[in-house]
Design a protein. Structure first.
Lengths: 526, 206
């Protein structure tokens, strides 16, 4: 017994140490540079607190907006029979995986009020409403509708029933969605950079400006550290809160039967799903339209310019070459992310119950933010023991660390849900341990890995936060080139940026739909 | 005197006729047992009377006035399901008080004593046995002071000994409260023990 435990621990410890070093390295560099007497002037500056305040403000608005818009749709999609349900759900979920700068650009061209807080909030809601719908809906779909009928039979009107029965029972899911959206919008970078007011930076944008434009690496590290502390505190508070909100309710394994909408409110909710899905589709479609609008009407001029650029401009870097470079980096990042993700997942599973905290540790980069990963790796290359400047593998490494949590999120629930008795059956049929594992879990593990790889590829392809710090000026990736083109005046630059964004959008959508197709239909996760 | 009158009711399920030409009356303070095999539509009939489901045609009248267009929460008909369906986010006391206009702790204590669970106020619903939970559900329904109580096989999931004891208790409870009730069951002896009058679903639709 003891030897088995020891063996499990060893199996878990060694590879996990490797993952831990890689994940923690950027954070350690940020701490090493940001922690010290140099931090004081940054921390006491009023401008720092204005930035922190504004970051919190826009994140709070975005979170409230996302949840408010998600609730009626979650109700309709998980409690009512909505025709075309899977399609609506798919459309609403697409934004979550789209490159941030592509979305930023789409809204910049679409909204009448770019460069405002409102524009940022709208784009953040666009990103997170689908995620909120899924998180809240998956609990709502399991709530017993008869509880509400009991409420009615006790004389509670529908509004009171919702407030006193449904809402408290949904509280765990609502708070889980809230903390996720808060994390994503608090650390959002690409959207804010493209869509925000340059005079009102968020922490991420300020880190970027300090590090890349003012060459104030120490100040950037201090801010990254501040952000890390805030995010860590938020996670601790939310886990305490979710313990208090947790309701000991018995939920069925299966979703409750969804019924046809009957009351006017239910029909309105169903119609709302369609409106919301259309609203989500509009920015993506408008980007395509925008890329075809040229000075004298409609055409593919921007695409032509993207392929063979005019010499002597920012566009002289051919857009197509940035796209191929993005694909190369994304390919390498995917290999690294899947390698690390498989190790981490295997480690968490082997560590059994003690793997719970590891589970959280691998999620760390989600809270650390892509910008911190990028800054950390930049600091490592500049101030680390070995000079790594210009080391090309840093870009895919940064992207891989950003994609790692998603790979683990895809793999872990699927592998956790496998039935150990399958392996035992295989063993009693005379299969050795390896063959038994392959027979029981191999195919599903392979599929889950493929899905994880596809998501990692999509994330890396559109990754901007970490990449912006690590990429070399003369060899930008597609998202970096888009932002650079937007920084230049002139219709041609915007035109080529939209063309490039559309190509990036198409590639991402293709990759994600492949992933959805091969996704195993069990386990949980995102 | 007749208080509830169900006349010529038709109920569909998934586009198929489930029940048709249903006629049923309940007198003041009368306990009627509705007997029929599982899946015959007894529960659905009860749900229509309670107002959580709408019949296709026919009428349901209370003291002569149709209640069809009155939503469930204004009908004042208590409904107890086969599962206790206690609110998991509230303790037993709060569950019982849920339907009260204003929380009255003395009445909560009284009702809990009535169902044989005195002192259970602070208990978490997840710690109760099936029989205890069902009795809390009954106390909760009574606390809302319904003018009619609808019991949908409330003892169906319990073992025989417990069921027989609860049937006796509930019978005396209903008598002392003077609340008219419809008790749905598929068990003949339970129907006989609890009610003033036993009707079968076949008789109702005949």
């Amino acid at each position: 017994m003891t030897s088995t435990t020891t063996r499990h621990t060893l199996w878990a410890a060694l590879p996990l140490a490797l993952v831990a070093v890689l994940v923690l390295l950027p954070v350690a560099m940020v701490v090493a540079v940001g922690w010290g007497p140099d931090a004081l002037p940054v921390l006491t500056a009023p401008s720092t607190w204005r930035v922190i305040g504004y970051t919190t403000f826009q994140a709070a608005l975005s979170t409230i907006g996302s949840l408010a818009l998600a609730m009626p749709a979650a109700y309709a999609l998980y409690r009512l029979r909505v025709p075309g349900r899977r399609m609506w759900l798919a459309i609403l979920t697409i934004p979550f995986i789209l490159p941030t700068v592509v979305v930023g650009l789409a809204f910049r061209e679409l909204l009448p009020f770019p460069g405002t807080t409102a524009a940022i909030v709208v784009a953040h809601i666009f990103f997170n409403v689908g995620l909120s719908i899924r998180v809240i809906g998956s609990l709502w779909g399991h709530l017993d509708p008869r509880l509400e009928q009991v409420g009615a039979s006790l004389g509670l009107n529908p509004f009171t029933t919702f407030r006193r029965i449904t809402l408290p029972l949904l509280a765990p899911a609502i708070s889980a969605a809230a903390i996720l959206v808060l994390l994503f919008t608090f650390t959002s970078f690409g959207v804010v950079l493209v869509l925000g007011d340059p005079a009102l930076p968020t922490i991420e944008v300020d880190i970027y400006t300090r590090a890349m434009q003012r060459l104030d690496l120490t100040g950037a590290a201090v801010l990254a550290l501040v952000q890390f502390v805030i995010v860590a505190a938020a996670i601790v508070v939310s886990s305490i809160m979710s313990d208090r909100l947790a309701v000991r309710q018995r939920l069925g394994d299966d979703e409750m039967t969804r019924r046809l909408p009957q009351s006017p409110i239910e029909r309105v909710a169903t119609g709302y799903v369609v409106v919301l899905a259309v609203a989500v589709a509009v920015p993506m479609l408008s980007l395509v339209v925008r890329s075809l609008r040229v000075s004298d009407g409609w055409g593919f001029a921007w695409y032509a310019e993207a392929v063979s650029p005019t010499e002597g401009t920012t566009r002289s870097v051919s857009a197509l070459s940035t796209l191929t470079r993005s694909l190369e980096y994304a390919g390498l990042a995917t290999v690294i992310a899947v390698f690390l993700g498989v190790i981490a997942t295997a480690g968490i599973l082997a560590a059994r119950r003690r793997g719970r905290w590891l589970d959280g540790a691998v999620m760390l980069p989600l809270g650390v933010s892509a910008v911190t990963v990028g800054l950390g790796l930049l600091l490592l290359s500049v101030r680390g023991p070995i000079d790594l400047r210009g080391w090309t593998v840093l870009v895919p490494l940064g992207q891989a660390l950003v994609a790692l949590p998603i790979v683990v999120r895809v793999l872990l629930p699927v592998l956790r849900s496998t039935d150990p008795r399958m392996r035992q059956v295989a063993a009693t049929l005379g299969a050795g341990p390896l063959r038994a594992w392959w027979a029981a879990e191999g195919p599903i593990a392979a599929r889950a890995t493929a899905v994880g790889a596809a998501f990692a590829a999509a994330v890396s392809l559109g990754e901007f936060g970490a990449t912006a710090f690590l990429v070399r000026l003369e060899t930008p990736t597609a998202p970096v080139q888009i932002v650079r083109l937007l920084g230049r005046p002139g219709e041609a630059n915007i035109g080529v940026a939209t063309a490039l964004a559309v190509l990036l959008l198409l590639l991402t959508v293709i990759i994600v739909s492949v992933a959805e197709r091969i996704r195993p239909r069990r386990g949980g996760g995102w | 005197m007749t208080v509830l009158e169900v006349s010529d009711l038709r109920i569909d399920y998934e586009g198929q006729v489930l029940l048709d030409h249903v006629n049923l009356t309940v007198g003041a303070g009368e306990v009627v047992a509705l007997l029929g095999p599982s899946g015959s539509g007894k529960s659905t009939l009860l749900r229509c009377i309670a107002g959580v489901q709408r019949p296709e045609s026919g009428d349901i009248r209370w003291e002569g006035a149709s209640v069809l267009d009155i939503p469930a929460y204004r009908r004042g008909f208590g409904l107890v399901f086969q599962d206790p369906l206690l609110f998991p986010h509230r303790d037993v006391g709060a569950n019982v008080a849920f339907g009260m206009k204003a929380r009255d702790d003395n009445r909560v204590a009284h009702l809990l004593t009535l169902v044989g669970l005195s002192g259970f106020q602070r208990r978490d619903p997840s710690t109760l046995s099936g029989g205890e939970a069902q009795r809390v559900a009954l106390a909760r329904a009574l606390a809302a002071e319904p003018r009619l109580l609808l019991l949908d096989e409330p003892f169906g999931a319990l073992d025989t000994d417990l069921r027989e004891r609860l049937v006796r208790e509930v019978r005396s409870l209903l008598t002392s409260a003077g609340v008219p009730a419809i008790h749905v069951t598929h068990d003949r002896s339970e129907a006989d023990a609890i009610s003033d009058r036993v009707v079968t679903l076949a008789e109702l639709t005949g």
